[in-house]
Design a protein around this ligand. Structure first.
Ligand code: ATP
Ligand code: MG
Length: 643
């Protein structure tokens, strides 16, 4: 050892325990408090997420008020006040909930909720305390008939324990229960991307059952009204699945088990283990079912674990998840985005590491959406918007993996698609695997990535179908205009020859033009006979801003493809043609039955579609001279020319 260099003994003097609070105070970027801009957003998010969780758990429709006030005389300090109508917090718990890190009700359970770690709101309070030395102020009323409790707290960073500075009974201005937290912190307030406004907008989309009021520092108030009157279904708490658990965790569960026998332990501590399965596993491992779990030797514990892994056990229950659902996804997006087309998909539940999860995707296209640049991806985990770490998130990677060109959008290799597009992705799970404690991005598990991709493809296909139909409709309109221009030419020629006003002829030709393009539209729908299913879970907005078909637009397509396609087919039958798809104008008023011309024309070709061959229809020239029909005076208005 070099002279003067420390040895083990001198180094030992410096070795000491690190307090959790001290650790996170130093590493506050891990919790989302890296800078003054992000800190305000993170604090709002932690408080609002808690309010939503508490309201939903108590089955109360959330009514949440967020207010940000500038602190007089301090340029960079703001006070954040979040108030809810939730169940409130009992007096004895308030100091630990707000003044101690890693203290909460959600960490030890497998239940879908926004909070997981027991760190969120105390971390926001700690950040406020570090940057402004001001205490956190909490008011909570858990009983409607009793006064509220008011606390001023700070956190002892050395011990990670709350210090109560002030405590008293106080009035609560509304008639219901609830909680209010006020934190003063160093912050920067701004609007736009990654702001508090954006967080609330996105939260309102994913939580249409909640109402939010936001008062910004300049006094401007924004109300996000409730769009759904019912709460999401109550998510159930489940036990861990034996196939998703590691040996070390299993051993600990065994040792800490309060149960009197292995049989009860296995059926109670895990999901899907029946008494028959428990008996089989114990027999396989050579251990008596009646053994006391805490007394099982580690070697036997390992045998038991291996037998459990080999056993056939049904997959975890998946009814513990409460996805947003197609209807609410469409409603939420329509309420906030102002697009012309929406589609949404909710996948069936799947499993990663024994944890059930479910992926949902919504797509909004056109309308007021920004058409410059690439699509905007808005991500959610258990209904919470994720605004940072976009490219680190499994969901973004999946969106980039999809080939958007097949849905009619442009996309450079390995990047997001381009165009007026918002892609909303949601993961609902009893445990969301976040990449960091700030809960900003979803970890890249293969199972999760695959489900995201399939969901994006499902919603993308619906958009593709819509874009094709839109293109087809535009083609039809263009075509009708061409016909109409010809008609005027013909009528003028007719007037010149016959000196009649030609009104009768004009009407007959217009009727034929309408019929012709209408029939082509029906044929278009026939080409997409599979469309109704594909268009389920979509919402199309008309030019007046109202849904063309309230709710899902599937009915629109259904109408087109069922009644119109049937009519088209009937017409085709009546035309007596032996071709599978033919056209006829035989029932046009005042027009003689068409003579079928040889050959056909190509019609209504859509990008990537096989062309439909139509026989070239011809119309007879009516009343050419003084009420007499002239032979051979046929005019091919809708023949080769308009192909
Ligand atoms: N507004 C509220 N109403 C009722 N209970 C609340 C409220 N805010 C917090 N709590 C309780 O306090 C606990 C701690 O909250 P905290 O935000 O620190 O952690 P968490 O929500 O459990 O997890 P996470 O760290 O992921 O947010 C919660 O688990 C909940 O039991
Ligand atoms: Mg929380």
């Amino acid at each position: 050892m070099a002279n003067g260099a420390p040895d083990a003994a001198s180094m030992a003097k410096k070795q000491q325990e690190i307090s959790v609070a001290d650790f996170f105070a130093k590493n506050r970027h891990m919790l989302g408090f890296d800078n003054a801009r992000k800190a305000l957003l993170t604090a709002v998010k932690e408080a609002v997420d808690n309010s939503l969780d508490a309201c939903e758990e108590a089955r109360i429709l959330p009514d949440i008020r967020v207010e940000i006030r500038k602190v007089e005389g301090a340029d960079d300090q703001y006070t954040l006040v979040v108030r809810d109508n939730g169940p409130g917090i009992v007096k004895a718990q308030i100091p630990r909930v707000f003044g101690k890190l890693l203290y909460g009700s959600k960490f030890h359970r497998l239940r879908m909720s926004r909070g997981q770690q027991g760190i969120g709101i105390s971390a926001a309070g700690m950040y406020g305390q570090i940057t402004t030395a001001k205490p956190v102020q909490i008011t909570s009323r858990p009983h409607k008939s009793k006064p509220a409790h008011y606390y001023e707290l700070r956190m002892d960073l050395k011990t990670n324990e709350p210090v109560i500075l002030n405590e008293q009974e106080t009035d609560w201005t509304s008639s219901v229960t609830g909680t209010q937290v006020a934190i003063t912190m160093k912050a920067t307030y701004f609007r736009g991307r990654q702001s508090v406004d954006e967080y609330l907008e996105q939260t309102a989309i994913a939580n249409p059952h909640a109402r939010f009021v936001f008062v910004a520092p300049d006094g401007v108030e924004r109300v996000f009204p409730r769009a759904a009157q019912e709460l999401p279904p109550e998510p159930l708490e489940i036990q861990p699945h034996p196939h998703g658990i590691e040996l070390g965790i299993f051993t600990r569960l065994l040792q800490d088990s309060p149960y009197k026998s292995l049989g009860v332990f296995m059926t109670s501590a895990f999901s899907r283990v029946t008494s028959q399965i428990a008996a089989k596993v114990c027999k396989e491992a050579g251990i008596a079912l009646s053994c006391i779990p805490a007394e099982v030797h580690p070697t036997d514990g390992e045998k038991l674990f291996q037998a459990l892994q080999k056993a056939e056990i049904p997959p975890p229950r998946t009814d513990c998840l409460a996805p947003i659902g197609v209807e609410h996804l469409l409603k939420g997006m329509h309420k906030e985005l102002g697009a012309e087309f929406y589609s949404a998909t909710t996948r069936k539940p799947a499993i990663y590491r024994g944890n059930p999860f479910q992926i949902e995707v919504g797509i909004a296209y056109g309308g007021k959406l920004d058409s410059d640049g690439t699509a905007r991806v808005i991500r959610f985990a258990n209904r919470v918007p994720l605004q940072y770490q976009l490219s680190a998130c499994a969901s973004t990677k999946s969106v980039m993996d999809v080939s958007w060109k097949s849905y009619g959008l442009s996309q450079s290799r390995g990047s997001l698609p381009a165009g007026p597009l918002v892609i909303m992705v949601h993961m609902a799970s009893v445990w969301v695997p976040f990449t960091n404690q700030a809960k900003e991005a979803i970890a890249d598990y293969d199972e999760i990535r695959k489900e995201f991709k399939l969901a994006v493809q499902e919603a993308g296909r619906k958009l593709g179908t819509y874009l094709k139909k839109k293109q087809a409709a535009a083609n039809q309109a263009k075509r009708r205009n061409v016909f109409n221009a010809y008609i005027e030419e013909v009528v003028r020629a007719y007037q010149a020859i016959t000196t009649k006003d030609g009104q009768e002829l004009r009407e007959a030709l217009l009727a034929t033009s309408r019929k012709k393009t209408e029939l082509a539209e029906r044929l278009e729908a026939m080409k997409h006979k599979a469309a109704p299913e594909e268009m389920e879970g979509t919402l199309i907005i008309g030019e007046d801003g109202n849904p063309i078909v309230p709710g899902a637009a599937a009915a629109l397509v259904e109408e087109l493809s069922q009644s119109q396609v049937d009519a088209a087919e009937k017409m085709l039958e009546e035309s007596g043609s032996d071709a599978s798809v033919t056209d006829s104008v035989s029932d046009a008023p005042d027009i003689e039955p068409a003579e079928r011309a040889d050959g056909g024309v190509t019609d209504g070709v859509l990008p990537g579609d096989a062309p439909i061959v139509l026989s070239a229809p011809t119309i007879s020239w009516p009343s050419m001279t003084a009420g007499k029909k002239t032979d051979n005076a046929t005019l091919s208005l809708f023949g080769e020319e308009d192909a």
